[in-house]
Design a protein around this ligand. Structure first.
Ligand code: EPS
Length: 385
């Protein structure tokens, strides 16, 4: 079973990801992993902290000559801004942040006790684990691409015929990480205006997965359903308040005949992930019954605006209980582009985990054999032996 945990505080010594369940024999693409680390630090709307940090991974265990040996993989990312012991106390909780809920939970009048771990700095460790897992997906030509779909009221127009490679090229052409350049310009203008107004912005990110086989996930046990796992992974990113797959909440506003994706068969497509079972549309977002159905996975997450506002919001002082403006610390104006990198990589991790659940083995050799046997058998469904 592929799984990971993270450790580390925003201004602690370092961040850690511990990944367990990677098979033996997977060669790691460290350049790709560090590119993802770098992308997560970027995107328009980031604040001063990202000028300080230079995130890159140091893999401490589980590899030999950049190839996995089957043991747990410990990854560290250094925090240059390490000053947790001297960082100022925070007495005036920021609405929307973990400050107040955490102070009530941990019985403290200093919000820093909570915010250090609640901080989205921790997503650097999630990206490291997810990018590591992508090395496995790359070995099977499975592509995961994340991008910004919406910031405030600016919606990107995404052509459903764009291939994953096209999406990546278009996305990487601007600092909004948005494949629609016209929308990207408007998003950047909106972030500039929010900064002038001492305010913050949220938005919607989308992740697509292409070329994965059908049958990942399961309908058998609620806790193993792939849609549930993906929704947890995306919904657990700091500041995310909503997740939808495919048509999402609009399924509730339409009739069955307008929602479900009718099935046909095209023998010419037998060698694609659909195994020949084609659909005219993909409202299901690639998952039916908790399992991949051979269509691309489409998942979106809604991020609230950053809760640290330069102009503050109404709050109370935890000592006096008197009304005061919430505390302001150096912060981002909008980190939706960065969050799209986080979403992309946490989704990649869940797909890799589901892939290893289905094609399990101690070594890449066994996993590849299992995958090839499955595809051969699946293409022969309905044919007499
Ligand atoms: C964050 C506050 C800011 C962000 C940080 C998340 O950090 P600082 O308080 O040090 O200025 O820059 O994000 C990161 C450090 C990061 O790597 O993404 C918060 O309170 O969540």
């Amino acid at each position: 079973m592929l799984q990971y945990k993270t450790a580390g505080e925003s201004h602690g010594q370092r961040l850690i990801a511990l990944v367990e369940g990677m098979p033996n024999g997977l060669s790691l693409d460290l350049d790709m992993i560090n590119r993802e680390m770098h992308r997560r630090q970027g995107g328009y709307g980031r604040g001063g902290r990202m000028a300080i940090e230079k995130d890159s991974v140091n893999i401490l265990s589980g590899i030999r000559n950049n190839t996995t040996i089957g043991s747990p993989i410990a990854i560290e990312i250094a925090n240059k801004d390490w000053r947790i012991d001297s960082a100022p106390v925070i007495k005036r909780p920021r609405p929307g942040h973990a400050d107040l809920a955490g102070s009530l939970k941990y019985l403290t009048d200093d919000c820093r006790e909570t915010l250090e771990r609640a901080s989205a700095r921790e997503t650097a460790a999630r990206v490291a684990a997810g990018a590591l897992a992508r090395c496995l997906l790359h070995a099977f030509d499975i592509k995961v691409v994340g991008f910004v779909r919406t910031i405030l009221d600016v919606d990107a127009k995404i052509d459903p015929t764009w291939t994953p490679d096209e999406l990546v090229t278009r996305r990487d052409a601007n600092q909004a990480y948005c494949p629609d350049q016209t929308a990207a310009d408007q998003m950047i203008a909106a972030i500039k205006q929010a900064k002038r107004d001492k305010d913050t912005l949220g938005g919607i990110v989308e992740v697509q997965v292409h070329n994965q086989p059908p049958g990942l996930g399961t309908c058998v046990q609620w806790s193993d359903k792939l849609d549930g796992k993906l929704m947890q992974a995306v919904g657990a990113i700091q500041a995310f308040k909503g997740v939808e797959i495919g048509m999402g909440f609009d399924v509730a506003r339409n009739r069955g005949s307008d929602v479900h994706d009718e099935i046909s068969y095209d023998p010419a497509k037998r060698d694609t992930p659909s195994l020949g079972f084609t659909r005219l549309r993909n409202n299901a977002g690639g998952i039916e019954g908790g399992m991949t159905n051979g269509q691309p996975i489409v998942i979106r997450g809604a991020m609230k605006p950053i809760s640290t506002l330069m102009k503050g919001m109404a709050s109370v002082n935890l000592d006096t209980k008197q009304p005061e403006r919430s505390d302001y610390e150096r912060s981002d104006v909008c980190s939706v582009p960065a969050a799209s990198v986080v979403a992309e990589n946490v989704v990649a991790f869940e797909i890799a985990a589901a892939f290893l659940d289905k094609f399990a083995g101690d070594t890449m050799i066994e996993i590849r054999n299992s995958y090839d046997h499955y595809l051969t058998a699946a293409r022969a469904i309905g044919q007499s032996p």
